[in-house]
Design a binder for this molecule. Structure first.
Ligand code: MG
Length: 194
């Protein structure tokens, strides 16, 4: 089991909309994609420390008929290229096109992959050999945090540009800037004696 014991690799599992790119709602056009400030520096900081990077993103826009699997794949191919240009490779991209009430046809179903379910994160751990207890996840919604918690991810971070400052709320770090997450990582690495 990839999730058991301490033998796995550390992962950084990123939500996409609102964390990697600004979220205008149901983004699928490459030309409309705007990256969140600090995302590439964040990704590089984790990659340099040996973290495996993945994206896990609800994409009910597919199930709702707003865009297609091919549209999603084209955007993600381009996005992965933008990460590579910044020296970071994405080891996995996971998405869930289904929605329990708004999906059309075969997309109308409950799916444990859809956040707040932990399915995408557990699949990433299995595929990529991640030790989730030593991994991090970053999301902008409560459902991202719930998914991470349900999957047993050790460090849960909520990016909220309206937060007044970095704040610990129960088991979650809330940060107003992505750059704040790099500071948290450096602090943790320092405490590990690295
Ligand atoms: Mg989001």
């Amino acid at each position: 089991m990839a999730t058991a014991g301490g033998g796995g690799r550390r992962g950084l599992i990123l939500d996409r909309d609102g964390v990697v790119n600004l979220d205008p709602g149901y983004l699928y056009r490459i030309e409309e994609c705007r990256f969140v400030e600090g995302i590439f520096a964040l990704a590089a900081a984790f990659a340099e420390r040996g973290f495996v990077l993945a994206i896990a993103t609800n994409q009910s826009g597919i199930g709702r008929g707003l865009y297609t699997e091919a549209d999603f794949a084209a955007l993600m191919d381009w996005m992965a290229g933008e990460f590579r240009r910044h020296g970071v490779s994405l080891a996995g991209i996971y998405h869930c096109p289904d929605h329990p009430t708004a999906g059309i046809g075969r997309y109308r179903r409950a799916n444990p992959w859809r956040k707040p379910g932990p399915g995408m994160l557990l699949q990433a751990a299995a595929d990529l050999g991640l030790d989730l207890a030593r991994s991090w996840t970053v999301g902008d919604k409560a459902s991202d945090i719930e998914a991470g918690r349900a999957a047993g991810v050790g460090t849960l971070v909520r990016y909220d540009a309206t937060a007044p400052a970095v704040e610990r709320r129960e088991d979650v770090w809330v940060v107003p800037r992505l750059a704040d997450i790099v500071v948290l990582l450096e602090r943790e690495e320092g405490m590990r004696g690295g």
